[in-house]
Design a protein around this ligand. Sequence first.
Ligand SMILES: [Zn+2]
Length: 290
Amino acid sequence: MKGARTTGYRGRLAPSPTGLLHLGHARTFWIAAQRAAQHHGALVLRNEDLDPQRCREKCAQAMLEDLRWLGITWSEGPDCGGPYAPYSQSERRDCYLAAWRKLRDSGFIYPCTCSRKDLAEAATAPHDSDDEPIYPGRCRSRSFEDAVRFARPAGVNWRFRVPENETVEFTDLHLGPQQFLAGRDFGDFVVWRRDDVPAYQLAVVADDTAMRISEVVRGADLLKSTARQILLYRALGLNIPEFYHCDLLRDENGARLAKRHDALSIRRLRESGLGPEEIRSRLFTITPQE
Ligand SMILES: [Zn+2]
């Protein structure tokens, strides 16, 4: 397509339409937009509406509108198109299936038939409350032949076999050097769910590659996910983008802002009479904590 940038800085905004946009998201998206502008780069908006159980079309519309109202603009997205369309994950299944097939054929993933009950009983390893528990490894030894007989991913969970005790390192552009130990900080993670929904980890790697993203700006809550994704980039033989993880905002009780903090949603603040500039100034007056 004419005018499409194939080199240089390409950043992205990747909101998930599971609720209202709150100050914490807005802060991350504002930083992403600033970084793209500083680099004279392109900014892509990708609607991360993978999960049909949790995503609402109504929320997607509201998010885009709130972002625009706040003064954030993008040059490619579900509303304006672009050279790497479609920009909604729910329309990009083929892209994820291709990645799944490649991982299956190269032996990096295996079908896991553990029930939710099996996993709950085995979950003794400590894990973050908002992170997936460390998989105890019951199905890890399933053979390559067992994996390739699946023509389609549906019906079982597909897990990535992490290289145990290998340190995954990267230098974050904001937070500096990062280190995670595969098998201890995270276990064999799901890349495709039993209910036939591709997992976040797989989808973002496939999308960021397909959309030629050069720098990923997102919240520091995703640092460990970045380590998992680096393993996926390597397994798929793909170039790894740069990462810039933003500090997280917390509410007055020290809890991380979440979509349930309705009072801190951009929508409610707007309705209370605040203007975009007042909200933008709040993004940086609340002290981020980790
Ligand atoms: Zn299993």
